[in-house]
Design a protein around this ligand. Structure first.
Ligand code: MIC
Ligand code: SF4
Length: 640
């Protein structure tokens, strides 16, 4: 039977289950990646598994998110990550080397392989024809220990691309247009597979922009075929021997199908505070801009920054605008330096900052009060820039440059001549900032700074969960709402008791205090609860505060898995209107003795009984009973 590309790669990695959408499957994982802000926890978890060496074909640890090193804490985390990598046979990418997804695509990606990363934008690897999935650190740790990755078999949505992009319209506009159609939850439990003649007009970094931001639709991942364009990308990286032709069979079918004619697209932007609030740039033109930031794992490739340099050549950044550029990798920066294009960027008045995530996650460059900030990034949740009342607009690099020059939102077509971007046949390659593990097994002692606290232990699930509703939230609560980014909170990523004090900080500043006083309780959520990042801290910290279950209209995939991993029940309302039958402050009692699919919840305050759904596999229910995934793994070790 003809298969689509997703089915081909999944079937070659299927360890458990059937490729039937909705069924639980177990996949073998070839590569893993972690980054610093999720990595410390992932490696503490890996250590707890007691495995002597990583079991994957390749595992990588990047330091790219928090590199401010305001005090010892951040630096201690980096040191811990480096030593762990050395000990367990993991490739370590030093701080300043670049953003994990950009570096991975350049140096390690491999068509046809699977990648699991403790970062939600891991699907960037789909740009080269991989099944690349973001997950919580604990799932990535388990994959490093050689375990399968379990997930619900997604359905495959075909996206047929036709035509080609017009001048000044770029890959970012493709994914923004799709986000407008699909919304931030339209991709949940789906894989977005691109095909059609339009694919041949897009380079690998452009494909990477699209698969990267496919995450914002809630999709499990996104994938492009591996073709001659992929081959020339790998050749430019000196890795042509890693190439493999891969595409869907001729008569492959898709559960859903979207057709997109690239020639019809116009420059787009996402309005504050959600990546799916998409408008044409034309409609917002003239809005004064305070800050423009170019970079992030979505738009920091050499292609993008060459475009930026060409557009800035002989032009000046507007006096009212601060323009920052963060290259995606050292390779990108070195190539811009050797071609001299960096001069065009600097002379125009841009501020070139470190190769890394930086402003994307509120690590520096917080804009002024009430600012309008245009960013080539992928998320614009409220407060993510570090300034609560700032308004973030997500744009393409082309729109970013035009707006930085004119000082107001500007359709880039106003810039006139569209530059032709010529990519080097062979990149300047510099792997000096990767530390490759030596063949020799290291039994070294790991240094743990005082801010690196041991993982908390949690008891098995009791028969009945009792407590108060601590918070009732709106739809689309993001993990940034649950546990904010920014240097202050992110420097506590290795310290669960401390970071827990910041849970829901900007949604309800008294949440953590209340949760502790009431000895925990419940949260009521709307649709798509936990969208956004893979940070498992958004589950672990509430667990530490005593949160026992979240009852929501629906959950985002990674967050739901993280909740189960840490022993919090993700319950969904069977009738969406039941959301109205529970209020903040109500006392609930939930019978979880048998953990059936239908769970009875008593609202003690209103004397109401509501049936809610626990839509989980037996394996997941087992983990919940044990008190979480680590407890389940430990119990298995003891039983063995
Ligand atoms: C993000 O973009 O939100 C992050 C920061 O990269 C997160 C990971 C994290 O919270 O450390 C993600 O996307 O998974
Ligand atoms: Fe880093 Fe931003 Fe990409 Fe997350 S979205 S990996 S913070 S650049």
């Amino acid at each position: 039977m003809d298969k689509n590309l997703t089915e081909k790669i999944i079937s070659s990695h299927l360890i458990e289950g059937q490729m039937v959408p909705g069924d639980q499957i177990g996949l073998s994982i070839d590569h893993t990646l972690t980054q610093d802000s999720t990595g410390t926890l992932a490696y503490l978890e890996f250590e707890a598994m007691g495995v002597p060496q990583v079991q994957t074909k390749l595992s990588l640890s990047f330091v790219d998110h928090n590199m401010l090193q305001n005090d010892y804490r951040n630096a201690d985390d980096h040191k811990y990550l480096k030593e762990i990598a050395e000990k367990y046979g993991i490739i370590f990418s030093k701080p300043g080397n670049g953003i994990c997804h950009q570096l991975y695509l350049e140096r390690f990606s491999k068509p046809g392989y699977t990648l699991l990363g403790s970062d939600s934008h891991t699907p960037t690897g789909g740009g080269i024809g991989m099944i690349a999935i973001g997950a919580g650190g604990l799932d990535v740790a388990a994959a490093m220990a050689g375990e399968a990755f379990f997930l619900e078999m997604p359905s495959v949505m075909g996206i047929k691309l036709e035509g080609s992009l017009s001048p000044f319209v770029s890959a970012k506009d493709v994914i923004l247009s799709l986000l407008k159609k699909l919304t931030v939850k339209g991709g949940v439990n789906k894989i977005l597979e691109y095909f059609g003649p339009g694919v041949n007009t897009l380079s690998v970094p452009e494909r990477g922009t699209i698969t990267n931001m496919g995450t914002e639709t809630g999709a499990t991942t996104s994938i492009f075929p591996s073709d001659e364009i992929t081959k020339s990308f790998l050749r430019s990286q000196g890795r042509e021997n890693q190439w493999l032709a891969l595409k869907a069979d001729k008569n492959a079918s898709y559960r859903d199908l979207i057709k997109l004619n690239l020639s019809d697209l116009e420059p787009q932007l996402a309005l504050p505070h959600s990546p799916d609030k998409v408008e044409t740039v034309k409609n917002i033109e003239g809005l004064p801009v305070d800050q423009v930031c170019i970079g992030s794992c979505t738009n920091s490739s050499l292609r993008d920054l060459k475009m930026v340099a060409s557009l800035l050549r002989n032009r000046k950044v507007n006096d009212n605008v601060s323009l920052t550029i963060s290259p995606g990798s050292r390779q990108v920066l070195e190539n811009l330096v050797s071609s001299g294009e960096i001069l065009d960027i600097i002379k125009a008045g841009a501020r070139v900052i470190e190769n890394g995530c930086g402003p994307c996650i509120g690590i520096g460059q917080a804009p002024p009060t009430n600012a309008v900030t245009l960013r080539t990034f992928n998320r614009n949740f409220k407060g993510r820039s570090g300034t609560q009342n700032a308004k973030i607009y997500l744009v393409s690099p082309e729109t970013a440059v035009a707006s930085a020059i004119y000082g107001e939102v500007t359709d880039p077509r106003k810039l006139g001549n569209y530059p032709e971007i010529i990519m080097p046949e062979k990149m300047l390659i510099d792997d000096s900032q990767f530390i490759f593990p030596s063949a020799k097994f290291h039994s070294r002692k790991i240094m743990r700074g005082p801010n690196i606290k041991p993982l908390p232990d949690f008891p098995p699930l009791p028969a009945v969960l009792n407590g108060e509703v601590l918070l009732k939230t709106r739809d689309n609560i993001s993990t940034d709402d649950i546990l904010p980014g920014g240097s202050e909170v992110m420097s506590l990523r290795s310290n669960i008791p401390e970071i827990s004090k910041h849970v829901f900080r900007y949604v309800d500043s008294l949440f953590s205090k209340r949760a502790l006083e009431k000895a925990g309780g419940f949260i009521i959520g709307g649709e798509n609860y936990g969208q956004g990042s893979s940070r498992e801290h958004a589950a672990l910290a509430p667990k530490f505060l005593g949160v026992k279950a979240i009852i929501a209209k629906s959950f985002a995939r990674i967050h739901q898995a993280n909740l189960v991993n840490f022993g919090i029940l993700p319950l969904t309302f069977i009738g969406k209107q039941d959301y109205k039958r529970i209020n903040q402050g109500d006392i609930l009692s939930i019978d979880v003795k048998d953990l059936e699919n239908i769970v009875f919840l008593t609202n003690v305050t209103t004397k109401d009984t509501i049936r809610v759904l626990l839509n989980l596999s037996n394996r997941e229910k087992g983990m919940l009973k044990a008190g979480g995934k680590l407890a389940a793994i430990r119990a298995k070790q003891v039983n063995n």
